[in-house]
Design a protein around this ligand. Structure first.
Ligand SMILES: Cc1ncc(COP(=O)(O)O)c(C=O)c1O
Length: 379
């Protein structure tokens, strides 16, 4: 689907609109990296890491090559591995669980709360076994999971918490920034994220000095000094050209998140009288950054509504069509389906409407008009 300015298709995410704002600056920054030849672990990366650590109110940021690698390395640095169980939400993107598998540990899926579709702290407590070592709450769709309740369960059972804040850069809870409330937090700079690179990239943030050193070694062949490898590591560094993009985008992130919030408020108003839908609310104490604007089709056939919207050029989406235990990779765990009734019901109802900082009121009115027309046909 192409971008829109006047009456054409409206994409789910409009990367071209964001890039238009920054591309001149990015090209100049890239030109200077190309001239310097400092492509790997250079000054642009160090500068970004310092700026992103400040932004997330943490002591360290370690740039890596994707959000998936960030999750895996954070868990490996804390010695999560074979024989361990890690609790993850059933309702999240695949990488939250696949990264657990990559460490050698086993993901155990937890249902979500029916209001916000975030991991349910009561479900966490019920899923804990003696093998359980960690919890990965996901700050899904742009708002933070209930960290105080999650931390309380973790403390009681001596579990480590790792935030997955791939979808919540800049979100806050009771004044605390997402990424700052766990031993280590992983994020993704996949291009469509609230702050996105021009390719794959990610980062781990932490307040733990030793963990940060281990993470820096793990991303760089297990080495902190050339040709010395006290541990076996990987090659998964965030490269300097991506750091150029991210430094420039980071300066806009608060403003972009504010625009997303304005757009979400506008949808809330436009959908105020709509029947047969439910708007996912913001939890008290949360400052939402609307990575996605998600509603549920309560009264009707979501897939038909989605098809109608797409046929009308509206780039609506579904996050996510299946709870993770029901995806092929985890099919062997399907016996868990009955333990995640909320995520299973939500998967059939959720619908994401286009949202990005540059979306216009007129575009949103068109999205809602098409949605209303599709809903009317359900009646
Ligand atoms: C919640 C969540 N976790 C992890 C990831 C993985 O990040 P990446 O695609 O950079 O590997 C993503 C997005 O892609 C995500 O949305």
């Amino acid at each position: 689907m192409t971008t829109d300015s006047n009456g054409d298709a409206i994409p789910l995410v409009d990367l071209a609109a964001a890039n238009k704002e920054i591309s001149a600056e990015v090209l100049a920054g890239m030109a200077s990296v190309i001239e310097s030849g400092a492509f790997i672990l250079g000054p642009e990366l160090s500068a970004f890491e310092e700026e992103f650590a400040n932004f997330t109110q943490t002591r360290h940021c370690v740039g890596v090559s994707s959000g998936t690698d960030a999750l895996e390395l954070a868990m490996r640095a804390a010695e999560i591995g074979e024989g361990d169980e890690v609790l993850v939400p059933a309702n999240t993107f695949m990488a939250t669980a696949s990264s657990v598998v990559r460490t050698g540990a086993t993901p155990v899926f937890v249902d979500c709360d029916p209001e916000h579709l975030l991991i349910d702290p009561e479900g966490i407590a019920a899923a804990i076994t003696p093998a359980c070592k960690a919890i990965v709450p996901v700050h899904l769709f742009g708002q933070m999971a209930p960290m105080a309740s999650i931390q309380a369960v973790a403390d009681e059972h001596d579990l480590v918490v790792f935030e997955d804040f791939a979808q919540s850069q800049g979100a806050r809870q009771d004044g605390k920034t997402s990424g700052s409330l766990s031993l280590a937090a992983a994020t993704s700079f996949y291009p469509s994220k609230n702050i996105g690179a021009y390719g794959d990239a990610g980062a781990v943030v932490t307040n733990d000095d030793r963990l940060a050193d281990t993470l820096r070694a793990l991303r760089n062949y297990g080495s902190s000094k050339k040709y010395e490898h006290p541990i076996v590591g990987f090659n998964c560094r965030l490269d300097s050209l991506q750091a150029v993009v991210l430094r420039i985008a980071l300066r806009r992130l608060d403003a972009w998140n504010a625009s997303r919030r304005d757009a979400a408020r506008r949808y809330d108003q436009l959908l105020d009288k709509a029947e047969g839908i439910r708007i996912l609310p913001c939890r008290p104490g949360n400052e939402h950054v609307f990575h996605l604007y998600v509603i549920e089709i309560m009264d009707g056939d979501r897939d038909r509504v989605l098809a109608e919207l797409q046929a009308a050029g509206i780039g609506a989406g579904v996050h996510y069509p299946l709870p993770l235990p029901m995806t092929g990779a985890f099919a062997c765990m399907q016996q868990m389906a009955e333990s995640i009734p909320v995520a299973t019901a939500a998967a059939a109802r959720v619908l994401s409407l286009p949202i990005y900082p540059q979306i216009t009121a007129e575009q949103q009115e068109r999205v809602v008009a098409q949605l209303m027309a599709a809903l009317r046909q359900e009646r």
